[in-house]
Design a protein around this ligand. Structure first.
Ligand code: EPU
Length: 417
């Protein structure tokens, strides 16, 4: 079992380069299912979740070739319409194949994801939308069995803003008969990146990035050549790393416009953030102030940055309140942070953090991707050594994290025991 060991108390300095965004790459790689021929994607991060989606596409019959950060996918000869439980249970985003398979083959069988560490995470809105587009869907033996002779355009309203739900229906609608309108759609940059990719393939999508997305179905799509956008959550995580170590770092290859809410909150805490085109300089030379944060869908403060921001607040001078409104169980990192000396009280969806208590290194356990990132950040700030087990969670979504941090001066290493 692999472990990450962090020796705290070292100031980060230098330059870090941001990788392509996991949550943009996943739906974009899946969009290759909508067309025949070779699609070419570059700036694809080397992550466990990316390897999982490539495996799933290969099982469906796609040819997948990878050379460094370039991935080529050809789905001309699809052999299967099934995403098995074995793959879906390791990565919920596998459900993204549902819409494209239905649009391309008229048939999809996808394992129901079930709950996960951060919440129940149902996919009822994906299913409801596809049914509105004319799909016949049944749930049997833990699988979603979906059939549609042809999908037709529909006027769909999402009761809750859902990122992959918006992406799934947007992909299905590209080849549907007529116009689909998605209302209360997710506005995340990853949704816009997918729409841009689909439009490059010949789709007709307008309004991506706003709550109303309109998709006019077309007869066929052609392959695309796409550069994956930078990972805004990796960027935000490094901003906090600079903050918790009193550091001075340059973050290059990022997109500051995608992080407006995070930059705002980090600045409010007293940290200096200078914006450059595709870059940020983050300097922390003062006492950190307490700031309240509420997670909400984009352009609000991202739930995927909540655990990391909490570590910053553990070091702040006063009391801060964090409200998590997206997932019902996204405070599992709290008990691990408490073991490191943090003073955090959780009541329902609210966490109250009394900052200023010194963090001390401890053996801790990673429980999900962003929780793992928060434990590394806490380890960087703590006195002594922190040993993080179950690090496979972090490898799902952070490319070479310990190498990037080590280059900035962190004392961090991985052991394989
Ligand atoms: N929801 C429903 N029904 C649905 C779909 C969603 O009730 O049919 C609820 C969820 O339970 C949740 C809320 O709606 O309470 C929002 O969930 P959403 O569907 O937006 O989440 P997701 O699409 O499954 C993506 C990211 C997550 C990120 C969330 C929220 C990908 C592959 N995953 O998940 O990323 O936290 O949006 O921004 O894009 C991560 O990278 O660590 C991660 C978990």
């Amino acid at each position: 079992m692999e472990t990450i060991i962090v020796e705290g108390g070292h100031r980060l300095q230098g330059t870090v380069t941001i990788s392509g965004a996991k949550n943009a790459a996943l739906p974009i790689l899946v969009s290759s299912l909508l067309t025949e021929g070779w699609n070419v994607y570059d700036n694809v991060p080397d992550l466990r979740d990316i390897r999982t989606i490539k495996k799933l596409l290969t099982e469906l019959g796609a040819r997948v070739e990878t050379e460094e950060d370039v991935v080529k996918i050809n789905t001309s000869a699809l052999e299967s319409h099934e995403a098995s439980y074995d793959l879906v249970k390791t990565m919920r985003a596998s459900v993204l194949v549902l819409g494209p398979l239905l649009a391309r083959l008229g048939r999809a069988r996808v394992s129901l994801p079930g709950g996960c560490a951060i919440g129940a995470r149902p996919i009822n809105l994906h299913i409801k939308g596809l049914e509105q587009m004319g799909a016949d869907i049944s749930l049997e033996h833990g699988y979603i069995d979906a059939r549609a002779r042809s999908l037709k355009g529909a006027d769909i309203y999402f009761d809750i803003v859902t990122v992959t739900g918006t992406e799934n229906l947007m992909m299905a609608a590209t080849l549907a008969d007529g116009v689909t309108i998605l209302r209360n759609a997710a506005r995340e940059p990853e949704v816009v990146a997918l729409a841009d990719t689909l439009n490059q393939m010949g789709a007709q999508i307008t309004g991506a990035g706003t709550p109303v997305v309109t998709i006019t179905g077309v007869d066929g799509l052609k392959p695309a050549s796409v550069t994956i956008i930078p990972d805004r959550i990796e960027t935000g995580t490094f901003m906090i790393a600079a903050g918790v170590t009193g550091g001075d770092i340059k973050i290059v290859g990022c997109e500051p416009a995608h992080l407006a809410a995070v930059i705002h909150k980090v600045r409010q805490s007293g940290i200096t953030v200078e914006e450059e085109p595709h870059g940020l300089r983050v300097v922390c030379e003062t006492t950190i102030s307490s700031v309240d944060v509420k997670t909400i869908p984009y352009p609000g403060f991202p739930t995927d940055m909540q655990a990391q921001f909490m570590v910053l607040m553990c070091l702040a001078s006063g009391l801060s309140v964090i409200s998590e409104t997206i997932f019902e169980n996204r405070y599992i990192h709290v008990s691990e942070l408490q073991r490191m000396g943090a003073d955090i009280k959780v009541s329902g969806s609210t966490a109250v953090i009394q900052g200023g208590k010194p963090l001390t290194g401890a053996p801790v356990m990673a429980t999900d991707l962003r929780a793992s990132a928060s434990l590394i950040l806490a380890g960087l700030a703590a006195e002594g050594t922190t040993e993080i087990s179950r690090v496979y969670h972090i490898d799902r979504g952070y490319e070479a994290i310990e190498k990037k941090l080590a280059q900035l001066g962190a004392r961090i290493r991985r052991t394989r025991g």
